[in-house]
Design a binder for this molecule. Structure first.
Ligand code: UT7
Length: 335
């Protein structure tokens, strides 16, 4: 039987500052009632310290993870960082995080698949474990979304938050638990609905791009909403059918946290109850590549060895997918 990759530890880090709907209502023409009913976000965290970026958040999460799992930085073979808000265009934020966390013996690189980034990175990481070329891999989703959010645009500024989540991936100790399957998709024709207009090689930064506020997230919300529901639901249902998982057997659905209504619609189409779904969007908003590890981290104490879990995401690209895994350890006595 081939080796499975299993998540054997998880941790997260949030900046302290809490941006509430009340504060946002003083910045743009919005209100708590609209944000709660249309999106389901109450508050989000914002990294305020000047001179700090996604690597600051990622390194904090990774250091906590190393400490919690008793892993020496020297043992880490590979670190993959998923982010759309890298510290700089280059070098990779993964390299900077590794340096800050004292990881010197391995290699590291970034993956950009927007809100699906963590799922993509976890999939890539699992291949290094399954092939036997790595024994300990860290996957970190780290985002300072506030750095590309336009706080004069009410259509996008309530949605996003800053955070990082990290997992340790190792060969599963048994044949049963770990990552069982993944289905990843991308469709570049979705680019027009969700992107950042300037700052890349097509339109480098200039006075004009700054005046036109083109260094921020551009999103056509309604189009993205429809794609997000259908793609996440279809892929998750396909995964359940392929592995013969009945609705009541699924311990947890871990969906990307972009909109409460998207999450509810996906759960409904999968025929599962809201009690089977990890939801913390109200506290953190959409943290892009960090949403999935933040959920797993928050629910870790409830997770039991063998729990059947489906992760599913949708994001800019478009990118989307689902992963089926059986949880590898009992989380109830984790400190
Ligand atoms: O994570 C990556 C993938 N991203 C997503 O999955 C996001 C998908 N999209 C969404 O979640 C939703 O489309 C949004 C939350 C972005 C927007 O919700 P919506 O229900 O689609 O609203 P809408 O854009 O259709 O706007 C409805 C109305 C508009 O007013 P009119 O034209 O009907 O008078 C907007 O101007 O709501 C207005 N509006 C607001 N009102 C108060 C838009 N933003 C706000 C706001 N406060 N913040």
């Amino acid at each position: 039987m081939k080796t499975k990759a299993a998540i054997t530890g998880i941790d997260a880090y949030f900046p302290e500052y809490i941006l509430t709907n009340e504060e946002l209502s003083q910045m743009v023409d919005t209100c708590d009632e609209w944000i709660m009913t249309r999106v389901g976000i109450k508050e989000r965290r914002i990294l305020k310290e000047s001179g700090t970026g996604s690597s600051h958040l990622g390194a904090k999460a990774v250091k906590k993870l190393l400490n919690k799992t008793g892993t020496s930085p020297n043992e880490v073979d590979l670190l993959i960082c998923s982010t759309v808000t890298p510290d700089m265009q280059f070098p990779a934020t993964a390299n900077i995080i590794s340096d800050k966390a004292g990881i010197k013996n391995g290699f590291s690189f970034d993956i950009n698949a927007a809100c699906s980034g963590f799922l993509y990175a976890l999939t890539v990481a699992s291949k290094f474990i399954e092939s036997g070329s790595c024994k300990k891999v860290i996957v970190v989703g780290a985002e300072k979304m506030s750095s590309i959010t336009d706080y004069t645009d009410r259509a996008t500024c309530p949605l996003f938050g800053d955070a990082a989540g990290a997992v340790l991936l190792e060969p599963s100790k048994d044949q049963e638990t770990g990552i069982i399957d993944h289905m990843l998709h991308s469709d570049g024709s979705g680019e027009k609905h969700l992107h950042m207009k300037a700052g890349g090689s097509v339109k480098p930064a200039s006075y004009d791009t700054i005046d036109a506020r083109e260094h921020f997230i551009y999103q056509e919300g309604q189009s993205v909403f429809k794609f997000a529901v259908s793609r996440m639901a279809d892929t998750s249902v396909e995964m359940m059918k392929k592995h013969n998982i009945k609705s009541e057997e699924l311990a947890w659905l871990v969906p990307h946290q972009a909109n409460m209504r998207i999450i509810e619609a996906v759960a409904k189409r999968m025929g599962i109850s809201k009690e089977q779904v990890m939801i913390n969007i109200q506290k953190y908003g959409n943290t892009t590549a960090a949403t999935l590890p933040l959920c797993l981290w928050e629910w870790e104490h409830k997770l039991k060895k063998g729990d059947k879990i489906i992760l599913t995401t949708f994001g800019a690209g478009f990118t989307w997918g689902a992963m089926y895994l059986k949880w590898a350890y009992n989380g109830n006595n984790i400190k």
